[in-house]
Structure formats: C-alpha cells, structure tokens
Design a protein around this ligand. Structure first.
Ligand code: HEM
Ligand SMILES: CC(C)=CCC/C(C)=C/CC/C(C)=C/COP(=O)(O)OP(=O)(O)O
Length: 324
C-alpha cells in the first residue's frame, strides 16, 4: 500500500483542504437560498432576467451565505463538537484552524460585497452583508442558545436572499420582495422544527433551547401547524392583491400548499412520529423549491402568451353559448 511507504502525493492533500473549506460553508443549504434569490429576480424583471446580472448576483449571494455559515461554524465550535450530527465538521474535527476559517469568512464577505457593489448595486451588497450580520449577531450569538424563538426571529436571515435578488434588478425594494421575505420567514419554523423533532436529543445534550427540547413534541407540532396554516395563504398574496404572479403560479401554490398542510396535519395528530417529522422536513425543502420554480415559470413571457391564448379561446367558447 502506498500509504505505508509514507509517500503521499500533494494533490490528495490539497483536494482535502479544498474539500474542508468547502464543507465549512455548509454547501447543501446554499442552492435553495439561491433559488429564492433567482425567483425574486425573475419576478422583478418580468421574466426577462439579464443572465449576467443573474450569475453575478447568485455568485455574490453564494459568497455571502458561505461567509455567514463559516462564521457560524467558528462561533458554534463547542456545540458542534458535542453533537453527533456536527462532530465531523472541519473545525470540531481539527482539520481547519478557527483562525484560518475566520480569514476565509472575511475574504468571502469582502468578495461578496465587492462583486455585488460593482456588478449589481450598493443596496444588494448591503442587504447581503446584513444577512451575514443578522445570522451571526441575532441568530447565532443572541438567540440560538438563549430562546425557544431562536429560529423564528433568526429565520429572518434566511429570508433576506429574495431581497438581495430584487434589489439587484430594480435598485430598490417594494411590497413583492417583502412578501417573499415574509413567505420564507413563515416557512422556516415548520422547516426547522420538523428537523428539530428528529434530532432533539442532540440539541438537548448541548443545552440549545430548541422548541421541541423545552416545550415538547406536542407544543412543537401545534406551532408547526399554525405556521403552515399561515404560510399557504401568504403564498397566494403574490397573486392577489399584489398581482405579481398569475394563474399558473396559483395552481402550483395551491397544490403544493395542500400537501404541506396534509403533512403538518398528520404530524399534529402524531407528534412523536419521527418518520412524519422527517417527511415534513424533506417536503418543506421541495415545497419552497417548486414554489419558486412556479414563480419563475409564471413570470415568463411565453407563459403569459399561452395563458392569454387559452383565456381568449375560453372567452370565445363561452360567448358562443346562447344566453351565456
Ligand atoms: C434560522 C433558519 C434555519 C435553520 C435554523 C435551519 C436549520 C437547518 C439544519 C440544522 C439543517 C440540517 C443540516 C445538516 O444536517 O447539516 C437544515 C437543512 C436544510 N436547510 Fe435549513 N435552516 C434554516 C433556514 C433555511 C433556509 C432559509 C433555507 C433555504 C431557503 C434552508 C434550506 C435548507 C436545506 C436545503 C437543507 C437540506 C440540506 C441537505 O440536503 O442536507 N434552511 N436546515
Ligand atoms: C443574505 C445572506 C447572506 C443570508 C444568509 C442566511 C443564512 C446563512 C441562512 C442559513 C440558515 C441556516 C441553514 C441555519 C442553520 O442553522 P444552524 O447554524 O443553527 O445549524 P447547525 O445546527 O447545522 O449548525
């Protein structure tokens, strides 16, 4: 075996280092943050988004989210070391030094800010920066270890990406991006508490007061149900009164919403069923992904043409019916 001879080629070591810095950014979460940014950009540009601006904004958003997650990994090193799920992360396992991680996070934040300022605008750059600050100061420092409402209020950080996307396109903010913000803000509690129900022993071990740890499964599933009941109608405000989406999005939102409510209802009936919690957690991700895809499809000029052709034809059929 090569390893026993003691000669290790430099490439696998370099690849390992790259992999560790990549893992520091909790990369699996970032694509969904980008999907919400992209959906917002598509609506803001009425289906005709500038591809370069899209690319630059998504890159700036990725760098900002990666910076935020790396800072969180540094701050939470102690609890990440104590929890089964997070023990193998690059910092607790000693593969990356906190000082190097801090430099990495600062570089990412500077790159994000510069990129967004130069190629999008200052508002988008400042919003992304505020996302990092909010996630670190409000969620990670002030709330995560001290309040059962940690992810409700802290969840606002994860709802900032659509504001970044909208600002990048229009240079300002209006009701629609704030509605998208509210949607993700309200979506976060069912998303996270469903997961927390599955891993509550881990959080209990390190004294993080997640809702299922402090108030139990029944109270948590009631809260999940409540937020789910709000999130579904809120998703329809985009159609009325805002008028920022149409029938295609409406159909998608209603169908997705029915399944969301069904899963939250089942969990409410069986608060200790970890399989149902897992199912809702997974579905929450699919829900937001498809809802955003629905927003994009709905915003496309081609969709508008198809919808208006269909409604013209429908109008002709109706007017051809005697006494209609
Ligand atoms: C304060 C708010 C939030 C908290 C506390 C939270 C927490 C978590 C945690 C602990 C996980 C499991 C990760 C792991 O196993 O390492 C997770 C998974 C995930 N979260 Fe969230 N989340 C929040 C908001 C969001 C937002 C806003 C998004 C995107 C819009 C998001 C997208 C995801 C995705 C896509 C996964 C699955 C990752 C995978 O495939 O393993 N989360 N979340
Ligand atoms: C615009 C911008 C830069 C926004 C950034 C927002 C952001 C990074 C949101 C992520 C939210 C999230 C996945 C939290 C994980 O909680 P945790 O850190 O408590 O999870 P853990 O228990 O896995 O460490």
């Amino acid at each position: 075996m090569h390893e026993t001879i003691g000669i290790s080629s430099p490439q696998p070591k370099l690849l390992q280092v790259i992999r560790d810095y990549y893992l520091l950014t909790k990369p699996r979460i970032i694509p969904l943050l980008l999907i919400t940014t992209a959906a917002s950009m598509w609506i803001a540009s009425q289906g005709q988004v500038d591809p370069i601006l899209l690319l630059v904004t998504l890159l700036g958003g990725t760098l900002a989210a990666a910076s935020a997650q790396t800072l969180n990994c540094i701050y939470d090193l102690d609890i990440d070391y104590a929890m089964e799920r997070t023990r193998k992360r690059p910092l607790p396992s000693g593969r990356v030094q906190p000082r190097n991680a801090l430099i990495f996070a600062i570089v990412l934040a500077i790159l994000s800010f510069t990129l967004l300022t130069v190629f999008a605008n200052l508002l988008a750059a400042l919003l992304a920066l505020s996302g990092i600050a909010f996630y670190m100061v409000i969620y990670t420092h002030l709330l995560k270890r001290h309040s059962t409402q940690n992810i409700v209020i802290g969840g606002a950080a994860g709802a900032i990406p659509p504001l970044v996307g909208w600002a990048a396109v229009t240079g300002d903010l209006s009701w629609t991006p704030w509605l998208l913000f509210a949607l993700i803000f309200l979506w976060t509690p069912p998303h996270f508490w469903a997961l927390a129900l599955m891993i509550r022993d881990d959080y209990a071990k390190v004294g993080v007061p997640m809702l299922p740890v402090v108030e139990g499964e029944e109270a948590t599933t009631q809260q999940i149900w409540l937020y789910s009941l709000i999130v579904v109608p809120v998703s329809l405000i985009l159609i009325y009164p805002l008028g920022s989406a149409g029938i295609v999005y409406g159909l998608i939102a209603v169908i997705l919403g029915i399944f969301f409510l069904q899963k939250a209802w089942l969990l409410l009936q069986n608060p200790t069923d970890k399989q149902l919690a897992k199912s809702l957690f997974k579905y929450s991700i699919l829900y937001l992904m498809l809802l955003c895809t629905g927003m994009v499809i709905d915003s496309l000029p081609m969709t508008h043409e198809v919808v208006s052709a269909c409604s013209d034809r429908f109008g002709m059929i109706v007017s051809a019916i005697p006494n209609a």
